[in-house]
Design a protein around this ligand. Structure first.
Ligand code: GAR
Length: 199
């Protein structure tokens, strides 16, 4: 096994996910290996999403905070902050969290809120970054793990991985290759964010 990244004390992670949860699972897997961290809670906003099923399989507590039950983004973020505080989160990782967050959440976890995005930011912010890259005809795209700032898909970059667009690539094939890189860089980004806080 590769040498663990030194993190003292081990970090308590809350993961926020809206979809399949493959990045969530990558963080759980890394937490048992190189990453001195524990995923203490998964929060999902979509009942029945793939991430929820993964949490059940992996034995990670999962809380549904459905944005449809909240009148505003601020109200949703207030509920998220309460859930994260309840489990004493050190870091909060948006791993396919498809809601725009407010400054409330960003300020509650300054330099402790991370996001993963399927492009080489600052290119292709927002929805369907893979589709945007294909439409633009770029030959190189990738993924970015970064600290979250109030603007969408912006903030200091922690780790990026470049992924070539191959002849014949479609949305599915390119997404799959980008996701493999996401699973590799997101645990490293968590380690770097924690190291940055430790100074
Ligand atoms: C990931 O590819 C992530 O980069 C993307 O959603 C996917 C979630 O996959 N996030 C965004 O586009 C955020 N702007 P997963 O649920 O299998 O981890």
């Amino acid at each position: 096994m590769a040498q663990p990244w030194p993190l003292h004390p081990p970090q308590r992670l809350v993961v926020l996910a809206s979809g399949q949860g493959s990045n969530f699972e990558a963080l759980v897997a890394a937490s048992g290996e190189r990453l001195a961290a524990q995923v203490v809670l998964l929060v999902v906003n979509n009942p029945g999403c793939g991430a929820e099923a993964r949490a059940a399989r992996l034995g990670i507590p999962c809380q549904l905070i459905n944005h449809r039950d909240h009148p505003s983004r601020a109200s949703l973020d207030t509920a998220l902050i309460a859930a994260c505080r309840q489990v004493q989160a050190d870091l909060v990782v948006m791993a396919g969290w498809m809601r725009i967050v407010t400054p409330l959440l960003v300020q509650a976890y300054p330099d402790r809120l991370l996001n993963i995005h399927p492009s080489l930011l600052p290119s292709f912010r927002g929805l369907d970054a893979v589709g945007q890259a294909l439409a633009a005809g770029v030959q190189l795209t990738g993924c970015t793990a970064h600290l979250v700032r109030p603007e969408v898909d912006a903030g200091p970059v922690l780790v990026q991985a470049a992924v070539p667009v191959l002849p014949g690539d479609d949305h599915r094939s390119l997404s799959a290759r980008i996701q493999r890189q996401e699973h590799a860089i997101l645990p490293l980004a968590v380690a770097l964010a924690a190291a940055r806080l430790a100074g």
